[in-house]
Design a protein around this ligand. Sequence first.
Ligand SMILES: NC(=O)c1ccc[n+]([C@@H]2O[C@H](COP(=O)([O-])OP(=O)(O)OC[C@H]3O[C@@H](n4cnc5c(N)ncnc54)[C@H](OP(=O)(O)O)[C@@H]3O)[C@@H](O)[C@H]2O)c1
Length: 254
Amino acid sequence: MKVLLVGATGNLGLRLVAALLTHGHDVVAYARSSKRLGALLPEAVYNKVTVVEGNATDTTSIKRAILDNDCEAVVNTAGVAAMAPWRRNNMPEIFSAVLKGTQQAGSEKNQPLRIWLLGGLGVLNFPGTETMLSNYVPIFLEHRENIKLLRALPPHSVDWSLLCPSTMVAEKSEVSVPAKSSHGRLTAEASSPPLWKDSWLKHIPFLGKVILAGMNAPRYETTLEQNADFIASDLKDRESPWIGAPVGIIDAAR
Ligand SMILES: NC(=O)c1ccc[n+]([C@@H]2O[C@H](COP(=O)([O-])OP(=O)(O)OC[C@H]3O[C@@H](n4cnc5c(N)ncnc54)[C@H](OP(=O)(O)O)[C@@H]3O)[C@@H](O)[C@H]2O)c1
């Protein structure tokens, strides 16, 4: 697929450039500065991508980048959610602009486009309930605004998936093609964190689910390389099982 990658200069974005190329996709990297992207990628990798300069808050520019380059899919890793509930970053503004640009481009192409966006563990449901984990541990709340936007989309207007990782760490500082990960493939589940460890603790009034969520959270650390591979590999299949879903992931081998 030809993929517009928004946020290519970021930690995950750089690994996605490598993973997408490794899985045979064509990459159109959308970044604020081509010079910065060129400095972060090895020359041989940089030479394999088409670069479009633009701001991720600019809906029209994103739509143009998709249409001018005939992209069939978008991955957005731009913007970072604020951790503290009282802080505000530009993440919701970016999320909304990229989503709208993708929706408008799909409407002009007469075909809903595929898009992967980034959320966090907190927008997944506490297993066995319809309540988000961030109701118990209220951090990174901007992701909640974003998932509301996705759920309010008219049906069949965008084929979205929301990857909801906990902390992602780098395996290596440098990026190379073919991309290699020394860890296994991720195990995924729609709507809830996979392989959750349940406990009687959840029945303790008020604090039980908070304690259990806190105990489980560290188990969901994954690597940037694993997440990049997960998205790039999924985009090879137009019939992805993850369309319309927030997706929880775990490294089951950890
Ligand atoms: N890292 C984690 O552990 C973790 C865990 C869960 C979820 N997430 C989510 O995953 C996503 C990627 O994380 P990350 O660690 O890769 O973040 P990062 O390294 O901070 O990268 C953020 C990217 O956003 C770009 N950006 C910011 N504002 C922009 C704008 N107005 N226009 C264009 N580009 C803009 C930055 O570009 P410049 O180079 O131009 O600044 C950079 O490429 C984030 O949404 C984050 O909330 C991360």
